[in-house]
Ligand binder design. Structure first.
Ligand SMILES: Cc1ncc(C[n+]2csc(CCOP(=O)(O)OP(=O)(O)O)c2C)c(N)n1
Ligand SMILES: [Mg+2]
Length: 565
């Protein structure tokens, strides 16, 4: 009998009760008791990933895709450091993640024992909760509570359990596993508090605000139906919100619209409800800064998502609770201004038509066109993982409302690292259902170790790579205009001399070019129909990309002028 084995079996049993369904294990010895406990439960899918950095992003992707933490396990030493980037992302994105690092007991620290590094507090203040646990020092009666508390705490992001494990590492749990709660109940549960009263209790003077605008960002409650058809407001819907669906109030082309709408014009709001994380659109933020609306921020977890320090009020309530409260309040207030919603609807229709017209005149692949088409073409039930840099912006600015597409992006830290591995995690969690990933050439190369073994994974994943030969986003910055071309290319453009087809071939991944705008549909259809791993490469030009963005913005501006004229 092994107390450590019993301890680990108890943790795993409690996590299964919390719905945990995936474990990602990076190989090593010190983690043996927990690795065996995880492998011993048929309720858990076990994914073994060599590189801890990649493993952690895979677990992150699973957490992202399911909302349920994956258990992430490694041995002691630098292995634990390898988790750090994804832990940071999980922390800032509040993606649930159960990070378990095996450690040597304290007496084997600072004496030259192998793989003994400082692991307590390794991830700083990032974890939502952290505990340094010596199973032999913790009474068995505390084990279930420890595991359950850790699982609940992942509602706020990654949880780090540093587990001090001693030799012998092998053994059977025996009868030492403490009794669980009756039935399938976990040890601790959280009760939902109804936040419907929160809005009216907030002491906000909403006075006679009659132009209410909702900004639905990443972190919204995706059950839009729960909002009761979202009320009579225009909703600027970031695709990551899950709210960019066909609906009377949905506004997708907000970035282009606000580039031209006067901040005191007939589209200007007097009350803005922000749900979740702000969209990437800088134009939107600047437009709000020029206006004088009241801003209310709502986040289910009470985060301070206000980099512009613009909020008049923060509201700790699930977004649908806040909207229900606002709806109730709306009934008591002055009615919305006549034509308020209709004006936004007309702007959206005009902007979408202008975007379509511009892109139709570009038979070559454009980055906005690729993002728009990819989001439209993926079959119902598909997921799209979007890389930071221009892909997430192009999807935010140009993807049209639709049902049936789940979007994911690591926007907590906006890293371009781990994108392929995150997409793999999302795809693994979804099995045969198609997953696509839109990413830049540098993001692909950054995580090229994420391609290791990809071809043999049991899932359907199509990587759609925009190869603009470097960091296209920097061409929009003053650096591009003000630095000598050589210096700009050296420090920002940073083209990499890698043959992407050869890279794919080296990993056994079928790869083809998307040579024209019309090539995407058949290539994508072929890839998703055959399943497995595919790479599509679309070549674009960074300077031409800036030009087409300007062309789109100008066309929307002219279309909006036509409306007011
Ligand atoms: C881990 C990480 N390193 C560096 C950056 C800084 N960065 C932001 S965008 C970018 C270039 C990305 O290039 P690519 O993936 O090709 O996308 P593109 O800009 O061409 O759309 C870099 C290096 C980052 N966000 N994350
Ligand atoms: Mg690029």
């Amino acid at each position: 009998m092994s107390t450590q084995a019993a301890f680990c079996a108890t943790l795993v049993d409690e996590w299964v009760r919390h719905g945990v369904a995936h474990a990602v294990v990076a190989p090593g010895s010190r983690s043996t008791p927990l690795a065996l406990a995880l492998a011993g439960r048929r309720e858990l899918a076990l994914h073994v990933v060599l590189d801890e950095r990649s493993a952690a992003f895979v677990a992150l992707g699973i957490g992202r895709a399911t909302g349920i933490p994956a258990v992430l396990l490694c041995t002691s030493g630098t292995a634990a450091v390898g988790f750090h980037a994804a832990v940071v992302e999980a922390g800032l994105s509040r993606v649930p993640l159960l990070v378990c690092t095996a450690d040597r007991p304290p007496d084997l620290h600072q004496v030259g024992a192998p793989q003994a590094i400082e692991q307590v507090g390794l991830y700083g203040r990032t974890p939502a909760w952290a505990a340094d646990v010596d199973p032999l020092a913790w009474p068995a009666a505390s084990w279930r509570s420890l595991a359950s508390r850790a699982a609940l705490a992942t509602a706020a992001g990654p949880v780090h359990l540093n587990l001090r494990l001693r030799e012998p590492l092998l053994g059977e749990p025996g009868d030492d596993v403490p009794a669980p709660r009756p039935g399938a109940r976990p040890w601790h549960q959280r009760l939902e508090v109804d936040g419907a009263a929160a809005f009216t209790d907030g002491g906000l003077d909403l006075g006679d605000r009659r132009r209410v605008l909702v900004v639905a960002g990443d972190g919204c409650d995706p059950r839009r139906a729960a909002v009761g058809a979202a009320g009579p407001w225009p909703v600027l819907a970031d695709p990551l919100s899950g709210w960019r669906v066909p609906h009377a109030g949905t506004v997708a082309a907000f970035d282009a619209i606000v580039r031209h709408a006067p901040a005191d014009g007939d589209l200007a709001p007097d009350l803005v409800i922000h749900l979740g994380r702000p969209p990437a659109s800088r134009a939107l933020g600047e437009w709000f800064d020029r206006g004088d609306a009241l801003h209310v921020l709502v986040d289910p977890a009470g985060r301070w998502l206000d980099p512009a320090r613009r909020a008049d009020a923060h509201l700790s309530a699930a977004p649908h609770h806040a909207l229900q409260a606002l709806q109730a309040l709306q009934a008591q207030l002055a009615p919305l201004e006549d034509g308020w919603l209709a004006r936004w609807q007309r702007a959206e229709v005009a902007a979408q038509a202008a975007i379509t017209t511009v892109l139709a005149a570009h038979p070559e692949v454009t980055e906005p066109g690729l993002a728009r088409d990819l989001a439209a073409l993926l079959p119902d039930g598909a997921a799209l993982v979007v890389s930071s840099s221009m892909p997430i912006r192009d999807v935010e600015w140009f993807a049209q409302p639709r049902h049936g597409l789940g979007l994911h992006a690591n926007r907590g830290a906006n890293g371009i690292d781990g994108v392929t591995s995150t997409a793999l995690g999302v795809a693994l969690a979804r099995g045969a259902q198609p997953t696509a990933c839109l990413l830049g050439d540098l993001a692909l190369l950054h995580d090229s170790s994420g391609l290791n073994g990809l071809a043999n994974r049991p899932c359907s994943l199509t990587l759609v790579v925009i190869d603009n030969h470097g960091g296209g986003i920097f061409s929009f910055l003053p650096q591009a205009a003000q630095l000598p071309v050589d210096r700009f290319e050296q420090l920002f453009g940073t083209p990499q001399p890698v043959d992407l087809h050869a890279l794919a071939a080296a990993h056994g991944i079928p790869c083809r070019d998307v040579a024209t705008a019309h090539d995407l549909a058949p290539s994508l259809a072929a890839a998703t129909a055959s399943g497995g791993m595919h790479m599509l490469v679309a070549r674009t030009d960074r300077a031409a990309n800036v030009a087409v963005h300007h062309e789109l913005a100008a066309a929307v501006g002219i279309a909006l002028e036509g409306l007011s004229g």
